[in-house]
Design a protein around this ligand. Structure first.
Ligand SMILES: [Zn+2]
Ligand SMILES: [Zn+2]
Length: 293
């Protein structure tokens, strides 16, 4: 079951429990030798990750990111690998998105106040820690304040898409994100395709994304069972996508959690991606500019 590669992990810089260093140590112990750190909409964990990775000569860190995009009726996550994360324009765009998310979270806190379910912004920020403030942190503040029994109830009663405290976030189409990732030399991969349940199914989305220049699709994901992997593999092949995968490790527990490397990702597709990265001259990014400074 163990895999040498894991292309989808999160650290404290988004919503994971482990620091980039702790995450890499755990991955290495688990036998992972090629890993991508793909925090949500942020690349700030990468300098620490490269420093940590440099302690293991036989370990390759692929600079990555996971970005949220919107399609009618749902949300689509796209992973970027081998991105030039130090690019000034790219970082400026990420900060801009972060500002807009922060504004949105503040508005949701205001709405809760109006609804007679106040939480303080300080507590929301405390729950987010170093990560980007989001609905899960507002949910935790609601639980702490005694307004709801648990996080699920916070979403059901207030924070879900149709909830009274919900505020829309800035919309990004999947194509915009694929373009953004391409603009910094990255490869785009559709994350956890089984989560996508908009009417019409996944095939129209794959058609759209393939046209936009999608490179891969997560097939060996988290707890996907062999009979869930098989149809995804056929789809990936049909659309000419590299069947990648990862644990999507957050370190938060739960029945679906898999540890870094604890997924049946085989090396053949990984090597296809590495070959592409070599041909495009971006494989060097995995060496980590921060590590050689
Ligand atoms: Zn995701
Ligand atoms: Zn993820």
């Amino acid at each position: 079951m163990g895999s040498l590669a894991d292309f989808h992990t999160h650290s404290t810089f988004s919503d994971g429990r482990l620091t980039p260093t702790q995450l890499i140590d755990l991955a290495y112990r688990n036998g992972v030798r090629i890993m991508s750190l793909t925090d949500h909409d942020i690349v700030d964990g990468l300098p620490e990750a490269f420093t940590a990775a440099a302690r293991y000569p036989d370990f390759t860190l692929v600079p990555g990111i996971e970005m949220s995009t919107d399609v009618p009726g749902g949300e689509v996550h796209i992973l970027g690998h081998f991105i030039d994360w130090e690019d000034r324009d790219f970082r400026a765009r990420l900060s801009q998105l972060q500002e807009s998310r922060l504004g949105r979270a503040r508005k949701m806190v205001e709405r809760l106040q109006d609804l007679g379910k106040p939480v303080t912004w300080a507590r929301v920020e405390a729950f987010a820690g170093e990560g980007a403030v989001g609905r899960p942190h507002i949910a935790l503040a609601l639980v702490e304040a005694g307004h709801v029994a648990n996080v699920n109830e916070a979403f059901d009663l207030y924070l879900s898409r149709n909830g009274p405290a919900y505020v829309e976030r800035e919309h990004l189409t999947p194509e915009e994100v694929v373009d953004l990732l391409h603009s910094v030399g990255g490869f785009a991969t559709l994350a956890h395709p089984r989560e996508f349940d908009a009417p019409g199914g996944i095939e129209p989305l794959l058609e759209r994304l393939t046209k936009a220049g999608l490179t891969g699709m997560e097939v060996y994901y988290q707890d996907y069972s062999p009979d869930q992997v098989q149809p995804l593999l056929s789809l990936a092949n049909r659309f000419g996508l590299i069947p990648l995968g990862g644990s999507d490790y957050h370190g938060l527990g739960g029945p679906r959690q898999r540890e870094p490397g604890d997924i049946p990702l085989i090396m053949e597709p990984v090597e296809r991606l590495l070959d592409l990265a070599k041909r495009n001259g971006v494989l060097t990014r995995a060496k980590g500019p921060a590590a050689v400074r």
